[in-house]
Write a new protein. Structure first.
Length: 200
């Protein structure tokens, strides 16, 4: 019985990981278009799995909805494997046009990477973390992304552990330790505001 439960947990974790990868593919597909802000919500139709689907909104207008097909649809169509679907509003995307390609020189000064390990409730998505950290408006922030996600083991049910990586780089000089420490403290505080518990 314990083995069956473990398999179920493993399958759920694998499906959640597949959805995150799929979401990343959709983000990459939408990245070349012109917009001020790309955001996501969970207001998807019933034929999508409620926990593994999302809508993509450019400046508040829906341009895509995507995710894993609901179990009821999967059963009705006698599908044996999980199916992921993405629906794009091509007319709206075409009307927005593509961003102009800009090239920027490589930074003269070295970049610094810092990792932050946190435990969040399942309802807290990376989009909320990204908004919180980008909202700090740190001039040296070049990248903020999840590196690793883990469920199970010592992590309580309904929660997950995420390893977040920040890349900092200045165009004006080599970053000082005290600057990095100050920005790191701000990032930690912003993530804690979302209910995150930092792991050491």
């Amino acid at each position: 019985m314990g083995g069956a439960l473990d398999v179920s947990k493993s399958e759920k974790a694998a499906a959640a990981e597949a959805f995150r990868g799929f979401k990343g593919d959709v983000e990459n597909l939408l990245a070349p278009f012109q917009y001020r802000e790309l955001s996501f919500d969970r207001e998807t139709p019933d034929y999508f799995h409620p926990g593994q689907s999302a809508r993509a909104l450019m400046d508040g207008a829906m341009v895509a909805q995507f995710g894993r097909i609901a179990e009821s649809v999967k059963s009705a169509r006698k599908l044996r494997q999980d199916v992921f679907l993405a629906e794009l509003d091509l007319e709206l995307l075409h009307s927005r046009g593509l961003r102009a390609v800009r090239f920027s020189p490589l930074g003269k000064y070295p970049a610094v990477e810092r990792d932050f390990s946190f435990v969040f409730e399942d309802k807290v998505e990376f989009e909320a973390m990204r908004r919180a950290v980008m909202g700090l408006r740190l001039g040296a922030l070049r990248e903020f992304r999840p590196v690793e996600i883990f469920r199970g083991g010592a992590i309580p049910a309904g929660k997950y552990s995420v390893l977040l990586r920040v890349k900092l780089q200045s165009d004006e000089g080599t970053l000082r330790d005290e600057q990095i420490a100050q920005w790191s403290a701000q990032i930690v505080a912003a993530l804690r505001e979302l209910g995150g518990v930092q792991r050491t």
